[in-house]
Every structure is written in C-alpha cells, then in structure tokens.
Design a protein around this ligand. Structure first.
Ligand SMILES: [Zn+2]
Length: 482
C-alpha cells in the first residue's frame, strides 16, 4: 500500500497473480466434452442415429444431474418447495409432470425481485473469479433485455449444438457464411459465430443486421467475397433479395448462394427460396436454451437434439401434455446447463411433435414448424389468430413485397373487435382493388374470421416493422391493450 491507501502497482500485480481466475481453456475438459456432445461429423454417426432405448438412457442420466444442479438455484428451490417438492422427489424424466412449468413472466419476476440478474441462474458476475463468464440477452422488445450469464460448459455445448444445425443446413468446411443477425447484446450473431468458427470449418462473415452493415453493402460483400451461405431472419432474407434485384440490379439467384439458414417460424420458405434460388432451412431455439431443433436436408420437420433437451408439448389451456401429435406450447428441459438450467420452461410457441420418421434415417424426434406465439395470439371475435400466420399467407401473393403490419382495435358503439392488415404492394403497376379484394377473401378463408386489408406503397411499413434496421421485427399493434 502507498500513503493514499491504494495498492502500489507491484502489490496489485502480485495480488492478481494470486487471484488469477482460470483461463477459458482450463475451465473445461474439452476431450470429454467433445465425446459427450459430439460435434459434426461425429454427431451424424452417433446421436443422430442413436437407438431410442440408448437415447432414453442418456437422457435419464443427464436429467438426474440437471435436476441436482437446479436444486442449488434459489429460483427453483423457492418454486419447487412451494409446489410441495423435496429433493429426491424427481427421479427421472417420467416425474417431469410433478414440476410446475414456468414462463418468461417468472423470469422477469425473478429479475424484478433480485435485480439486475435475477436468482434463476445460480451464478453472478462475481463468479467470474472462479470461471469465465459472458453475458448476452434476449432480443428484448420493451424495457431492459433479459440477461443470461453463460458458464463455459453452457457456451461450448451451445456452440456444438449450433454447429450441428448449421451442418444439417448444408454448411461445409471452407464455406463463407454471411451472418446477418444482430451483433450486440442479443445472442443471435455471436452464437452463430462461435458455432461456425469453432466447430464447422466454415468461415463466418459477421456483417450483422442492416443497422450494422447497410443492406446494399451486405450484397456487395456477398458478391465480391463469394459468400455461399446466408444466416438471417426470414424478413431480412426477403428484404436483401429484393434490394439486390430492384436497387442494385443484381439477380440474387446468380450470386451462388447454396443454402439459407433462418428461424422460419410460420413464414413461408417458398418465397425466400424462389428469390435466392437456394433451399431455406429452419431451426428452433432461444437464447436461454440454445439450439433445440433444426431441419435436415429433407426439410420435413426439425430434429430435436434429444441428447441435450427433453421437449414436451403442453395444452395451452390445461397445461397437461397434449395428445400425441397434437398442437400445444413447446416446453423445454435442458440436460446440459450449469448456469440457468431450464426445467420445464414453457416458451409459449405453438408446435407439435411429428408422427413417423424422417427419410434421412435419423432416430431423433421432429418438431413441426412453429405455428405462432401463444402469447402474441390475438383473440378476434372468438377466433385465435396468429399475426405470423397472416404473414405466411401474404407472402404467397406475388403482388405484395411480403411486408405487413396488423392493427387491432375496438370500433363502433357495439365495440366490435376488428383487425386491419396493412400490406405493401410490390410495385405501382399492381391493381390495388383486385389485390385488396383477393387478399381479404384469402385471409377470410384461411383464418375463419374476416379482417380488413389495406394496401400501402412499398417501404411504407418499415417505420412500424423496423425490417431494414432491426432483427426484431414488429408485426402487431393491439390498441385494445394500449
Ligand atoms: Zn431428417
């Protein structure tokens, strides 16, 4: 110490050497990790084709240790004790139904009670003294985004799970992969970078979303460098192709793109595939969980990474497991996480487990496409409407750019709920009256409830949706809730 009570540089350096946290490479047993969670190509010889009984046995073993870890975390201790559970009550996957599911609301509540990181993770930034941590967040629409601290084992296994998805989607060693997902607090872009760079042999090109690298520049880079694969949100993949074609006079089909990687949700892959002349692959995951499922070359449902997750489909009304093949909320349990294991996390996305097996020969169960968010679902005169499903119908019509925005309001003395769908027309030559009439009829047929269509000019919806600037695209304004 010097006279001011501060440590001298030498003393500080000595203390730092004594307290040095483990380096990243020391924090994991990498050979064991690779054996336990095989990255591609070993994944395709092992987990991808593992007999059901063996897979089940693997899940059970990992499940028991994941439950033991969860009992160390205040969030679960509190919730599970309140539900009358004691350690030892949950012995295997079969006992899952004893555990109360939770949603993002419970995570927000955990953060509000224990700011700023909540009590659901079991680690805090101070734990950086004993293991290397990194924080990323959800996309975040209102208020502060939800943080997630990743421990080395979480981050590394998530990178492997992500690499499996990318290779299933056609990424090969030596490819140049343009990653147009956000490069900031949200996990999207960084996760893909780690997966590509560490476990695929492909080279990530981190252009980020349109507000990091303007769309025209994205296309110039793609063309000049010879990019083979693009990773991006469906709306942005469409937007890029249209900018290339109409503003830069570059045919996106001539750019040599071999594969597109997107989280399609309810969006229609056909339009995107036609624009780029390449297959568009789907996946499903969240920043809390990592890559849950991804489709294979057959693009017929998404294979669940069952060595890392147990996925249940729950009836949205009762919370009970949906009947086999039935639609319901995706509820996920992780089998590999140290920080913030998820035990029955109801993501509130509606999907189903597909019956039968895939032509690719994988034994992994498949999740059907995502039909929509059960919490963005709009109840319109007694009918459940997903704004995303409206989008899927709109992109089928070549007279539109595929861009849309829904406004719900209560109107008239009787207080009728009505929805107006604003839709961009592709170009001024479109007969707006015919377009308006045809689309209203099509939506009425498909949704079983009448909505109003309002055609608008190209680019006019960007200020509502944020497609050109952000990776979080808005599709709905519900004025009844305002
Ligand atoms: Zn398959």
């Amino acid at each position: 110490m010097n006279r001011s009570g501060r440590m001298t540089p030498d003393a500080e350096l000595r203390r730092m050497s004594e307290e040095r946290p483990p380096y990243y490479w020391q924090s994991l047993d990498f050979p064991k990790l690779i054996e336990d969670y095989p990255p591609p190509p070993a994944f395709f010889r092992t987990v991808y084709r593992m007999p059901h009984a063996q897979l089940r046995e693997l899940q059970e073993r990992r499940f028991r240790s994941q439950i033991a870890r969860a009992w160390e975390i205040p969030f679960y201790q509190r919730r599970w004790r309140a539900a009358g559970l004691e350690p030892g009550d949950v012995r295997g996957v079969e006992d899952l139904a004893k555990i109360p599911p939770y949603t993002v609301r419970d995570i927000r509540d955990s953060i509000a009670r224990n700011p700023p990181f909540g009590d659901f993770m079991g680690v805090s930034p101070q734990d950086g003294r004993r293991l290397p941590l990194v924080v990323q967040t959800s996309g975040g629409t209102t208020g502060l985004p939800r943080p997630m601290l990743y421990a080395p084992q979480d981050r590394e296994i998530m990178a492997i799970l992500g690499a499996r998805r990318l290779v299933m989607h056609g990424v090969r060693p030596g490819d140049l992969v343009q990653v147009t997902r956000s490069l900031g607090l949200p996990n999207g872009g960084f996760h893909v970078r780690e997966a590509l760079w560490k476990y695929t042999g492909a080279v990530p090109v981190m252009t980020g979303s349109g507000n990091v690298t303007p769309t025209r520049r994205q296309i110039e880079i793609m063309k000049a460098w010879g990019v083979n694969v693009i990773v991006g949100f469906p709306a942005y993949l469409r937007h890029m192709a249209i900018v290339a074609r109409d503003e830069l006079d570059i045919d996106p089909r001539g750019l040599g793109i071999r594969s597109l990687d997107s989280n399609l949700g309810v969006e229609d892959r056909k339009t995107i595939e036609e624009l780029w002349g390449a297959p568009c692959h789907d996946f499903y995951g969240a920043h809390e969980s990592g890559m849950i499922a991804a489709d294979c070359a057959y693009r017929d449902g998404m294979h669940i990474q069952q060595d890392a997750f147990v996925v249940e489909i729950l009836d949205p009304e009762t919370g009970a497991p949906a009947p086999a093949g039935g639609k319901g909320n995706v509820c996920v349990t992780t089998l590999f996480k140290y920080s913030a294991p998820l035990i029955r996390y109801n993501i509130n996305d509606v999907s189903a487990i597909m019956p039968g097996s895939c032509a690719c020969g994988s034994t992994l169960e498949r999740l059907e496409r995502i039909f929509g968010r059960s919490d963005s679902m709009v109840k319109l005169r007694g009918v459940n409407v997903f704004p995303e499903a409206i989008g899927a119908l709109i992109v089928e019509d070549a007279r539109s750019t595929g861009e849309y925005f829904c406004v719900v309001e209560r109107a008239g003395k009787a207080g009728h709920d009505g929805m107006t769908v604003m839709v961009e027309v592709a170009d001024p030559s479109v007969d707006q009256n015919a377009f308006h009439r045809d689309l209203e009829r099509r939506l009425h047929e498909a949704l079983a409830v009448r909505v109003a269509v309002q055609p608008v000019g190209r680019g006019e919806l960007d200020r509502y949706t944020g497609v050109s600037r952000s990776s979080k695209v808005n599709r709905l304004l519900d004025k009844r809730k305002a």
